[in-house]
Ligand binder design. Structure first.
Ligand code: NAD
Length: 452
């Protein structure tokens, strides 16, 4: 099929590459001329494992192209997928980009004769497709849905493993306005054998939020338990989770072997969630719930625990080194999780600000963030170092904020060699605490406070 995708960001481009890979002709529509040129030359504008090579392959064969030409692109395709950003502004979802493209697509559909289906892939609060996208499309096309198709197709990919997940989806949810729309759009995914769930538009919209909010809830719940462990002596929250995870309902035994579902990685304590989805989606859902008269007590608590989690890391640092005044801290990790260059809403940035307010001199390292955010980092007052050793050198403590493999592989010796005092605060619980403590490191981690 011929497919246009509006928005060549994480979701739009990764989806485009995956759809080209199963044989569709895809055109990604963007606004930034340089990015468009790069995509057409096979160069992704952001870091995502495996993306560059597959993009190059499909850009060269022209199965995937990028363009700024909306009119022509929509006109020459059968399906248009909307993948523009839906940020949270003042705690509410900002639909301005979605509204603008809905108007534009409507105007183009006015003069298009063949059946065309518009698909909302951006994450939007329930009823948005019905109450905002549909009227705008109808008004500007001067047609009714039925003369064109309308679907909502939430995206579940996770940055860091986005391409892998787009190529091998665990499920496909299609919210259809009507059967004709759903049947038309379903053809796009014919080659995938995963479960496909057909729903109405608003159910598809809520599935996405319910899914993200569930994982965010598990993270904040795990961090609340960590706080309890930190306040008590002689408890390591890691052991607590080991005991919890062994429950057969969480990790069933199959053929005598315990199976550890991926879900368990969210029932672990750390310095909090970040990125472009969990913070904005939990906030947007909580605000939306209130608008329709639901208190959203659980969501509010999830958000509150997450926002304050970096403060807990500051507390651990203070427990380890005493007063922060005039101290130097080495932060390892800027991205919100490993295998991505995304620093949006990263707990590391929140921690850095908290430390700066307390007059701490902060030095930062990240294996990937600098390449993608060179200008932002250079223009900020972040003391960014290109090697781990330089970052650690003469600092009063090291704090792990992203679970990059580069950090997981570090041995106690490197901290002892470079730090002024051998103190490690593990915000992601990536180290074996016994190995560190036996080797003379003062080790603190989220959910574990070494007896002093
Ligand atoms: P992004 O910011 O990386 O990309 C959005 C792109 O849309 C940007 O490149 C922007 O320039 C472009 N855009 C905006 N208006 C446009 C217009 N009129 N014409 C052409 N391009 C336009 O955002 P993203 O991370 O790809 O997210 C897109 C949507 O998918 C959001 O609703 C998000 O919540 C959702 N989502 C994101 C993820 C994720 O992990 N990033 C996962 C699932 C769902």
């Amino acid at each position: 099929m011929n497919i246009s995708i509006i928005g060549a960001g994480y979701v739009g481009l990764v989806t485009g590459v995956a759809l080209a890979d199963i044989g569709h002709n895809v055109i990604c529509i963007g606004r930034d001329k340089e990015k468009i040129q790069n995509i057409n030359n096979g160069k992704a504008p952001f870091y995502e494992t495996g993306l560059d090579s597959l993009l190059k392959k499909h850009a060269e064969s022209k199965k995937l192209q990028a363009s700024a030409e909306l009119d022509q692109s929509v006109r020459n395709t059968d399906i248009t997928i909307i993948a523009v950003g839906t940020p949270t502004v003042d705690n509410k979802i900002d639909l301005s980009a979605l509204e603008a493209v809905s108007r534009d697509i409507g105007k183009i559909l006015k003069n298009k004769n063949s059946f065309h289906t518009v698909v909302v892939k951006s994450t939007v609060v329930p009823t948005t497709t019905e109450k905002i996208v549909k009227p705008l499309l109808e008004q500007h096309s001067e047609k009714q849905v039925g003369e064109f198709g309308l679907c909502m197709n939430p995206e579940f990919l996770r940055e860091g493993s986005a391409l892998e997940e787009a190529l091998n989806p665990d499920r496909i949810v299609i919210g259809q306005h009507d059967k004709q729309s759903g049947n038309h759009f379903k053809k796009v995914y014919e080659k995938y054998s995963c479960p496909k769930l057909i729903t109405n538009l608003r159910t598809a919209e809520l599935i996405k939020y319910a899914s993200n909010a569930l994982f965010a809830t598990m993270i904040s719940y795990s961090n609340e338990i960590a706080r309890i462990a930190e306040e008590l002596e002689n408890i390591d929250v890691q052991e607590v989770w080991k005991g919890v995870h062994l429950d057969n309902r969480l990790s069933p035994s199959i053929n005598g072997e315990k199976v550890k579902p991926g879900f368990l990685s969210y029932i672990l304590s750390g310095c909090g969630y970040g990125g472009s989805c969990f913070p904005k989606d939990t906030q947007a859902l909580a605000s939306f719930a209130k608008e329709i008269g639901i208190q959203a007590a659980v969501l509010d608590a999830v958000i509150c625990v997450n926002k304050t989690q970096p403060e807990r890391v500051v507390k651990l640092i203070m427990q380890a080194i005493g007063s922060l005044e005039g101290k130097k801290i080495a932060i390892l990790g800027l991205t919100f999780k490993p295998d991505t260059d995304d620093i949006r809403e990263s707990p590391s940035l929140t921690l850095i600000n908290l430390l700066k307010i307390k007059n701490v001199s902060v030095r930062v390292h990240d294996p990937v963030a600098y390449t993608s955010h060179k200008e932002t980092i250079d223009s900020s007052d972040l003391d960014f170092k290109s090697t781990i050793e330089e970052t650690l050198q003469d600092a009063d403590a090291a704090v792990i904020m992203t679970a990059w493999d580069d950090y997981k592989n570090l041995k106690p010796e490197i901290f002892k060699k470079h730090l002024k005092q051998p103190i490690v605060v593990d915000g992601r619980r990536i180290y074996d605490k016994n190995e560190f403590m036996d080797n003379g490191i003062k080790y603190m981690g989220v959910g574990f406070v070494e007896n002093t």
